[in-house]
Design a protein around this ligand. Structure first.
Ligand code: AMP
Length: 184
């Protein structure tokens, strides 16, 4: 059983790597960013509420995310493992996830911190060309990462479940380090 949380700044390659890894382990890749983008594309109530925050590079309010994660992790396909990408994003979400996993009788094997230098992050995001990948939003997302998400490195580091993976290597090399970690 593989259950992994991907931490790391925006542009580190979490989405790409989480997707490859989840496919190879045949478990769901759960990306809150993907779920929110789909909701905004479809104009659902969730999407309408999230849109402004995403465009500004802010985190969407926790109450929009927590129910969504509770439901997703309760689905049958999530009982055989998962890769979480983009959640948790702050300490409140991480504490919620702890309680939720206890309730669901699930654990988390590893928290992967995908490490990439700042200059490289900006270059990668500008190339990606997603709607929220303009320079102002990128800058804001990096600030939000540092102030709200980076504290999770200590949060998980204290429990020894954290592993650093160098994300500044060719894609295949990063994938192969991650696959070694994901082996049950
Ligand atoms: P991502 O694809 O993970 O970079 O997420 C894109 C955007 O979706 C972020 O900049 C946030 O606005 C929003 N988002 C994604 N995941 C979360 C989360 N766990 N909590 C709050 N906002 C999120």
């Amino acid at each position: 059983m593989t259950r992994l949380i991907f931490l790391g700044p925006p542009g580190a390659g979490k989405g790409t790597q989480a997707k490859i890894l989840a496919e190879s382990c045949e478990i769901p890749h759960i990306s809150t960013g993907d779920i929110l983008r789909e909701a905004t594309d479809q104009g659902t109530p969730l999407g309408q509420k999230a849109q402004g925050y995403m465009a500004r590079g802010e985190l969407v309010p926790d109450d929009l995310i927590l129910d969504l994660i509770r439901e997703r992790l309760s689905q049958p396909d999530a009982q055989k493992g998962w890769v979480l990408d983009g959640f948790p994003r702050n300490v409140t979400q991480a504490e919620f996830l702890d309680r939720l996993l206890q309730k669901l009788n699930q654990g988390c094997d590893r928290v992967v911190n995908l490490d990439v230098p700042d200059e490289e992050l900006v270059t990668r995001m500008l190339k990606r060309g997603r709607q929220d990948d303009n320079e102002t939003t990128i800058r804001r997302r990096l600030e939000v990462y540092r102030s709200q998400t980076a504290p999770l490195i200590d949060f998980y580091g204290e429990r020894n479940s954290l592993v650093y993976v160098d994300g500044n290597l060719p894609l295949e090399e990063v994938t192969s380090s991650l696959k070694q970690l994901a082996q049950p």
